[in-house]
Unconditional design. Structure first.
Length: 254
């Protein structure tokens, strides 16, 4: 029987790592991709304590087109079944529209280019092995704007992932490949460390608790639970869905 493997792009921290915990605990060989070698090794050591699954690492800078191409070439030679893919990498920094530079724009939209072509390589493998499940991490910010956190390019990037999700769900359904997204609201996660010191993230975000009808900030585990469900056979008849894992924000907020 062909070995089944999961790939998590952005799997060394935050929601990606929390998802990896669940997959490793189930015994799945899980490849975590990130750009920081130290972070990858630390995450690998931590994940390997969680269960029988094997952990592999891929050091790739998603902004380096040659590194992305080299990784795609590796994926195209992969004989194992890449059954699960999670596009979890993210970068968030509030910047007003009038202050956005080309660099700020590229920091968001170039990430989608890497996701697009890595996903394409994985889908070729999934098609060859007759199925698979993909989950993209989108965002509440793709649904609506938040004046306190201006993020036009980030919102474009996440809205693009939502749209890609729906397009791929329609195109790939005949190959038994499901494609879904989760859309988190405010989650205590390293994604904010671009502008907040990591040990102060929770304190800095505390003012957003009341934004959520459930009255608290999200945790990476909350999002990983949604991802785990969408990847699994329990969601076998779900594709093209954007699952709001947001403490109720999209229902309404103060």
């Amino acid at each position: 029987m062909t070995q089944q493997v999961a790939l998590i792009v952005g799997g060394s921290s935050g929601m990606g790592k929390e998802t990896a915990f669940r997959l490793v605990a189930k015994g799945l060989t899980t490849i975590i991709l990130a750009h920081d070698p130290q972070g990858l090794e630390e995450a690998k050591a931590e994940l390997e304590t969680q269960g029988p699954g094997r952990v592999e690492t891929a050091q790739v800078d998603l902004y380096d087109s040659q590194q992305v191409t080299d990784f795609i070439n590796q994926l195209e030679k992969e004989e194992r079944h890449l059954k699960y893919l999670v596009n979890a990498a993210g970068f968030f920094k509030p910047i007003s529209f009038l202050e956005h530079t080309e660099e700020d724009y590229d920091a968001q939209l170039d990430m989608n280019k890497a996701f697009f072509f890595i996903t394409q390589a994985v889908v070729k493998n999934m098609k060859k092995h007759h199925g698979g499940s993909i989950v993209n991490i989108g965002s509440m910010w793709a649904h609506q704007a938040v004046k306190a956190t201006p993020s036009s390019a980030y919102s474009m990037q996440k809205a693009g992932l939502h749209s890609l999700t729906k397009n791929l769900a329609v195109e790939l359904g005949e190959f038994n490949i499901r494609v879904n997204s989760v859309a988190p609201a405010v989650v205590v996660s390293p994604i904010y460390k671009a502008f907040i010191e990591e040990d102060k993230i929770e304190e800095s975000l505390s003012g957003f608790q009341s934004l959520h009808p459930l009255g608290r900030l999200g945790r990476p585990k909350d999002i990983a639970d949604g991802i785990d469900f969408l990847l699994s056979d329990k969601a076998d008849w779900i594709t093209g869905t954007i699952l709001n894992v947001d403490g109720g924000v999209m229902a309404g907020h103060s």
